[in-house]
Write a protein of this length. Sequence first.
Length: 148
Amino acid sequence: MAIEKWQSFGNIRDFDDLFNRFIGTRPTRNTEPEARSIPLDVVQDGDSLVVTASVPGTTKDGIEVSVYDNVLTIKAESVSTTKSDDSTDKSNGYLLRERRTGSYYRALRLPETVDYENAESTFKDGVLTIRLPKLESKKARKLEFSAV
């Protein structure tokens, strides 16, 4: 007879993992890390949209930003991502590990009024800021009218 470690609420955790795997809300405890979603803020600032993305642990070279068919895509890779970092091996000295590492990804559909050719982006302290101006032809105009 094999001796197994007793885990309180073990069956409930197994059901929780199965449920989360089915609806895709989070990776399970026993799988490889997956690409994580990048948290974004999108603000309309005058005649521009400003997208602010948190990409912790990355460098400028580790971020890829592209626009195709009105979809802004941001991909990032953490600089400390190695196979040994992702393991749960205690030999590397970790007692507690909560900081995220790995791949980050986010796609965002933007309105057709955005001028992608004149977009400006900056990266500082793990925060990527993308300023997307509106197309001149799509900006709201004040119409003159006459009363009859």
